[in-house]
Design a protein around this ligand. Structure first.
Ligand code: HEC
Ligand code: HEC
Ligand code: HEC
Length: 448
């Protein structure tokens, strides 16, 4: 994980050149694409112990920048009061965490307190890591101290104005919102369910994106005892959908295998990861062992639906109307011209590479942020098992107006039996501004 290098063993020289070129393209794309500051880092076979725990906790996603050294920090993250930067967590004694004892490391991870005693902003997901087991904390410590190469890279100063830079209120925040003990197995559930619950709530910090936040920016729930847990939330211009059992907007119609395929292989019969979920799959869930990823699926499938939704039924009238061009609806015309070649006139895509739009939960979420963002800007590439995905959605920022995008998204959200509210040109305009690479108010990662 420390290097972005592909595994060299068994690769011919020509193959390596091809892979290096592919990697250059991947990094090139990452640099030009808006809102994708986070790196798709190294690809290595999963090993046990600390490295595996670091994968499960996705430390690399926040503590590295594209093109930078793994774990050397520097990722800019927006907070409501100004941007902060992730820190150097390589074992360099001067600029990194080389002088951290196991107890110091534990306090940072599970309580959000740095070695010099200052409180960390919860952009470091310690409310989730609080649930880490002692064994995983120790394994992580061993990995960071002994296996990660030290990098001399000074930390960057926060951009929070000095008057707001006081950190003591974070102690209060911590007292109110952060759990205080590691995950304890729930009786009445089997080992697989408990392992899944641990991975999702603790290291996986899935709730950091998928659980709605309250007024204090805290996640409204930290486990399945509340129906708000993993009920869907918007963060940084992407909407992370419900991972609960809703039939249209949640995972109600996903089998265990669908969840496993999505998280481990980056495709299933309906969807392909994109947006901020790409970092999770590229750097974390694709490295989970088969039994761990199955445990995650077992746990997610146990979460009840929070809303009754009408069952889905395929409606072929949309396809018929599209084929009798020109389309009567403005959105239909845009779809026929710009989208149908990949997603099909029937909306069924070409699984597993071109996702279906019909019956796809992300398409039917009440909050359309993910769809608008993807259509405007496309997504950073998926890299699973060492290979960047060959098929990616192009960006339409230049080709399509706000009204075109609103029309086409409204069209797919109501077509073929889908059921979701219309998208307005105003909503598209807002995200277009926020994700414009040339704008100084561009959104950066925030509190995730
Ligand atoms: C979602 C983003 C995110 C993830 C994931 C994350 N961190 Fe952090 N971490 C941060 C940010 C941001 C800071 C700095 C917070 C601040 O300045 O208050 C930080 C600070 C730290 C610190 C304090 C460092 C110092 O300089 O004193 C340590 C140690 C740390 N992280 C370790 C880890 C480890 C180990 C993991 C994986 C188990 C991890 N982090 C995962 C965002 C993240
Ligand atoms: C950095 C934010 C972030 C984190 C952390 C995160 N997700 Fe996601 N997730 C998203 C976004 C955004 C989407 C919507 C885009 C997509 O479908 O890929 C998504 C989509 C998904 C989907 C597909 C849902 C659908 O309806 O199509 C699944 C399943 C999923 N996430 C599971 C997880 C699990 C399990 C974890 C923890 C291991 C996790 N996510 C952590 C942001 C995140
Ligand atoms: C060149 C092929 C191609 C074209 C053209 C295309 N898409 Fe996509 N689309 C994809 C691929 C591949 C994905 C998977 C995610 C990614 O690549 O970022 C995707 C993903 C999506 C998703 C998210 C579905 C999911 O679960 O992953 C939506 C919504 C979507 N496209 C809508 C559109 C719309 C609307 C248009 C026309 C304006 C369009 N696409 C044009 C290839 C295409």
């Amino acid at each position: 994980m420390r290097a972005r290098a592909f595994p060299k063993a068994g690769l011919s020289r020509a193959m390596r050149t091809v892979k290096t070129a592919a990697r250059a393209v991947v990094f090139g794309l990452m640099l030009i694409c808006a809102g994708c500051q986070r790196a798709a880092l190294g690809v290595r076979a999963p090993v046990g112990g600390g490295e595996y725990a670091a994968r499960a906790a996705d430390c690399v996603a926040c503590h590295s920048i594209p093109g930078g050294k793994a774990f050397a920090g520097g990722l800019k993250m927006g907070t409501p009061i100004g941007a902060i930067y992730s820190t150097n967590i390589t074992p360099d004694p001067v600029t990194g965490i080389g002088r951290y004892s196991l107890a110091d490391f534990d306090a940072a991870l599970r309580q959000g307190i740095a070695k010099d005693g200052h409180r960390l902003y919860p952009a470091m997901p310690y409310p989730s890591y609080a649930k880490l087991s002692d064994a995983d904390v120790a394994a992580l410590y061993g990995f960071f101290m002994k296996e990660v190469p030290p990098v001399r890279e000074p930390n960057r100063k926060t951009e929070i104005p000095p008057v707001l830079r006081i950190r003591w209120p974070l102690a209060l925040w911590n007292f109110l919102f952060a759990p205080r003990s590691s995950y304890a197995a729930k009786p009445g559930h089997d080992a697989a369910w408990n392992r899944g619950a641990y991975l999702v709530q603790g290291p996986g910090h899935c709730g950091a994106c998928h659980t709605p936040r309250g007024l204090g920016q805290q996640e409204k729930a930290l486990d399945e005892s509340s129906p708000k847990y993993l009920a869907g939330a918007e963060l940084d211009g992407w909407y992370a959908p419900s991972l609960r059992g809703e039939i249209r907007t949640g995972l109600g119609r996903w089998s265990d295998k669908d969840i496993v395929d999505f998280l481990k292989h980056g495709h299933n019969r309906v969807g392909v990861p994109f947006g901020s979920m790409i970092d999770v799959v590229n750097n974390s869930t694709s490295y989970f062992s088969d039994s761990d990823i199955q445990a995650v699926a077992t746990y997610l499938k146990s979460l009840s639906a929070t809303a009754e939704q009408p069952p889905a039924a395929y409606d072929s009238a949309t396809t018929t109307a599209l084929l009798s061009r020109p389309s009567a609806q403005p959105g239909g015309a845009v779809y026929g011209g710009y989208c149908a070649s990949c997603h099909g006139f029937d909306g069924k895509g070409f699984a597993p590479y071109m996702p279906a739009l019909v019956g796809n939960p992300v398409v039917q979420d009440a909050d359309p942020s993910s769809l608008i963002n993807l259509t405007l800007n496309a997504s950073i590439p998926l890299v699973v098992a060492g290979a960047p995905d060959a098929y990616r959605m192009p960006q339409f920022r230049q080709q399509l107006t706000d009204q075109d995008i609103a029309d086409v998204l409204t069209f797919i959200r109501k077509g073929w039996g889908n059921l979701a509210p219309a998208v307005t040109a105003g909503e598209v305009a807002e995200l277009r501004t926020k994700t414009d690479p040339a704008s100084d108010q561009v959104i950066v990662l925030r509190m995730r």
